[in-house]
Design a protein around this ligand. Structure first.
Ligand code: MN
Length: 141
């Protein structure tokens, strides 16, 4: 066994993230048979991912702040520390921090056979989409 080397915190790219979003890798595969990646992701207030989908789905465990998660049906859900969100394989979605607060989550993602194409990135989330359109944001916390 070993203590994993600590990788420096890195800023996520603006093509896929709007606002400041920082990534700390927690776990990556070592062997060819392993597919699990885990990362701690920190979003500045109002920062968010672009629309995207994960080939094998994704689990997000919120650890700090208030988060928002949206899907193509227009639903926007507010999520809180201690909650774990699951998005199934192929479902287009986004996640970010609510206005006025940071949000931190642990992202658990199973790679596909080609890790480079596990996540399909799409267009950025509009402010109207982020605020839930006419239905607003639903708090399930
Ligand atoms: Mn995701």
């Amino acid at each position: 066994m070993n203590i994993e080397p600590a990788a420096p915190t890195r800023k996520n790219p603006p093509e896929q993230f709007a606002g400041d979003v920082w990534l700390d890798v927690i776990a990556v595969p070592h062997e060819g048979s392993q597919h699990m990646t885990v990362a701690l992701v920190r979003f500045a207030p109002g920062a968010r991912t672009a629309w995207h989908a994960h080939e094998k789905g994704q689990y997000l465990h919120v650890t700090q702040g208030v988060g928002r998660v949206g899907t193509r049906d227009g639903q926007v859900i507010e999520v809180h520390p201690g909650q774990t969100l699951y998005t199934p394989p192929g479902q287009e979605h986004w996640h970010g921090a609510a206005h006025g607060t940071f949000m931190e989550h642990i992202a658990m993602t199973e790679n596909g056979d080609d890790a480079a194409t596990t996540t399909t990135w799409l267009e950025h989330v509009t402010d109207d989409e982020f605020d839930g359109g006419v239905d607003g944001v639903r708090d399930v916390g």
